[in-house]
Write a protein that binds this ligand. Sequence first.
Ligand SMILES: [Zn+2]
Ligand SMILES: [Zn+2]
Length: 180
Amino acid sequence: MQPDTTGPRYTATEPRGDSDLQMIPRWSIVLAMMVFTAVQYLFHFVLPHHRPDMLPMRLLMGYSWGTALASYVLLVGYVSRDVKRRNMSARLWTLLVVVMPGGIGAVVYFLLRQPVLTNCPNCSVQLASGYHFCPQCQFQLAPVCGRCFRGVQITDIYCTQCGHDLAKDHTPPRLRAYQE
Ligand SMILES: [Zn+2]
Ligand SMILES: [Zn+2]
């Protein structure tokens, strides 16, 4: 059993509308479609084609280049928005992802990005994910064992770390976080 199982479940307190698909801003979707169209135009109307038997090749090249560049635009859009909820420099990281060739900037970004920040529901100080209690006001953010204060699942009856009977806690800690 993992020592800390509350990490991913903490997303329950995150504001709604935070799913990864909604993290792609509209401007980058529009730009991606424009880029795809522009690549098709480039391959079929701008580039000279003397040999009509090369048409399948041209279709394939236009499609793959268009898809690759459009995905790249979407990726930049995602990073430019994702970086803000992690308290990282938006300008620096968006620039890095745009400038580094072949998506290397994006790989570096996904390796180095900080955890998503949320706000304490009680005092609205900024918190990293995985906290059990707010460091400023002691507000309980995740269900914890009443004896060892390690994280527990809301469905647990006994603490997986110390075997404590969670029902014996004054207000069962597995429920206290969800009372409000
Ligand atoms: Zn707080
Ligand atoms: Zn315990």
